[in-house]
Structures are given as C-alpha cells and as structure tokens.
Design a protein around this ligand. Sequence first.
Ligand SMILES: NC(=O)c1ccc[n+]([C@@H]2O[C@H](COP(=O)([O-])OP(=O)(O)OC[C@H]3O[C@@H](n4cnc5c(N)ncnc54)[C@H](OP(=O)(O)O)[C@@H]3O)[C@@H](O)[C@H]2O)c1
Length: 324
Amino acid sequence: MPTELNQKIYVAGHRGMVGSAIVRNLQAKGFTNIVTCTHAQLDLTNQAAVQAFFEKERPDQVYLAAAKVGGIYANNTFPAEFIYQNLMMEANVIHQAFLSGVKKLLFLGSSCIYPKLAPQPMSEDALLTGKLEPTNEPYAVAKIAGIKMCESYNRQYGQSHGVDYRSVMPTNLYGPGDNYHPENSHVIPALIRRFHEAKVANASEVIIWGTGTPRREFLYVDDMAAASVFVMELDKATYDSQTEPMQGHINVGFGSDVTIKELAHAVAKATGYQGSISFDPSKPDGTPRKWMDSSRLNNLGWNAQVGLEQGLALAYRGMLMELT
Ligand SMILES: NC(=O)c1ccc[n+]([C@@H]2O[C@H](COP(=O)([O-])OP(=O)(O)OC[C@H]3O[C@@H](n4cnc5c(N)ncnc54)[C@H](OP(=O)(O)O)[C@@H]3O)[C@@H](O)[C@H]2O)c1
C-alpha cells in the first residue's frame, strides 16, 4: 500500500547531498509531515539522544541518509572516525527506530561494500565474496554492517513486529549540495571546480591525473532520491521477489559508465572551459572499471532519468549558486 501523504517521515542527514534530494523528492510528491534535525541538534552517534528523539517524534518511516562520508584522503587519514561514527549512527538509528515501532526504514550504503576485484558489473551477490579496497575498508565494513542490521531485524522481527527495513547501494553520485573541497571531493565536483577555475583564470590547459582510460559510473542525486523513494514505496511482495532475506540490498546505478576522459570533456563543456585537456599517465589510474549491475532495480521498474550532460549542467549551476 502506498504511504499516506500525512505519515511522519524522518529523513536523517537532510542537509547532505542525498538527504536533501530525498526531502525535495518527498515534498514534490506531496508528503506533508517530514521530520528533520540538524547534526548540531541531534548527534546520531549519541545513543541517548537518538533514543530521546525517537521517543518524542515517533516517526512512521525513516530514510537513513546520514553518514560520515569522504574521499580517499579522508578515509585513509581518519579510519577510526569513519568506522566508529558510521557504525554508531546505523546501530542507534536502526535500533531506536525498531524500539519506537518504525515499520519501514531505508538504509543508504555505497558501492564500496563490494570486493575490490568483484566481477563487473557488480551485482548484489558479490557482497562478502572477497577482499575490500583497503583505503576505505573501515567505511565499507560499517556500511556492510548496516545492510546486515536491516536484514537481521527483518529476519527476527519481520513476522512478529511487521519490520520491513530495506537497503540501497548507490553508485557515485553528483549534483547540488556536493562537496567541492579542493582535497576532499569526489571526481565530478573536483573536475567541475578545476574546469571552472581554469575558465575564470583563462588557463590554456588542464592536466588530469592518470591516463583517462578508467571507466566510472555516475548518477545524478535527484535520480538517487527518486530511486530511494521508489524502493521504499514498493510493496513487500514485490521487494521480496528481487531480494533474499540475507541479501536484502538493491544496487542503484545509472546503467552505463564513461571513461574519465569522456567525463573530463563533458565537464569542460558544462563549465564552458575552452582550453585543452591533457592527461598525466605517470600518475595512478586506480581500478580500471567500476560499475553496478542495476538489473534488480530495473526489473522492479525503475531507470535513471537524468543523463550526464544534463546532470553536469545542473550540478555546475548548483555550484555557482553556492559560490554567490
Ligand atoms: N556522495 C556519493 O557519491 C555517495 C555515493 C554512494 C553512497 N553514498 C551514500 O549516501 C549517503 C549520504 O551521502 P551524502 O553524499 O549525502 O553525504 P553528505 O553530503 O556528507 O551528507 C551526510 C549528512 O549526514 C550528516 N551527519 C554526519 N554525521 C552525523 C552525525 N553524527 N549526526 C547527525 N548527522 C550527521 C551530515 O551532517 P554534517 O554535514 O552537519 O556533519 C550530513 O548532513 C551516505 O550513506 C553515503 O554513503 C553517497
């Protein structure tokens, strides 16, 4: 049964890139009772504070889009913070949601849950079949724990309490609200920033690390939000038809990938940079290819809507608005 528009929905992490897109999507659908709380008001790693929040608010549904998120540098430098904070947020929110009677919850993970050498495209059943990428292993282990928490609560309390906790694993996301920090951002915001700065400085050349040949998949964040609400709204029998009790997560990808070279040219076009683009093959490339098998989600009837060119233009506009 679709969720009634006056049901109380808690979006954890509503100021983040994904959480804010989920709020936009829910509002556009007409949901009128969305509860949010900033990090300053509610530290989700604090068990007592999370318990008090759930006892007071008693939401009907939860989207768990709060997390400690970062790039390779941050993950490598602060591994203890990444594993501790993410485990605590998940444990607190999922358990207190259960204790306060929440029947439906959606947990957001990440494609880094899959083994470093998983066959491409990465399907849901690649989970726990091999070693993780070492740089973000602590973060990935916390995300795997979140999936397993949802599955375990379903298995133990599904029948008795009607618990139905689901997980979605997004590919690389980009869009409004992204992090444009010079040292700590993902590839798309980093490239947008570099090409924007090169355009403003009238630079004649931008040099990108590596050969430009690795392939990556990118999804516009409003598509991710749409997929999240779509998965939350699926009736249980349909969700169960594409998942298993101990493999309850669903990949959310764009469906195809691009080379870094293609991406760089697309970002240059979106930002209006006119100079040349070259590559420095002496710098590391990373994994040759990383893309998700999204056939489960596609079989359920969802496909991405926003192509890379359109998405980059929207993302660039978002960054310019943040700058002003
Ligand atoms: N961005 C991507 O490319 C990507 C890709 C795959 C998966 N995901 C997943 O999507 C989810 C959301 O990512 P995002 O990109 O939206 O991240 P984000 O922009 O950094 O947002 C995360 C939000 O969580 C909040 N938060 C962090 N620690 C908190 C705490 N202890 N208590 C309360 N709130 C806290 C942050 O608040 P403050 O900023 O105030 O700390 C922020 O609003 C994550 O689970 C991530 O793994 C993202």
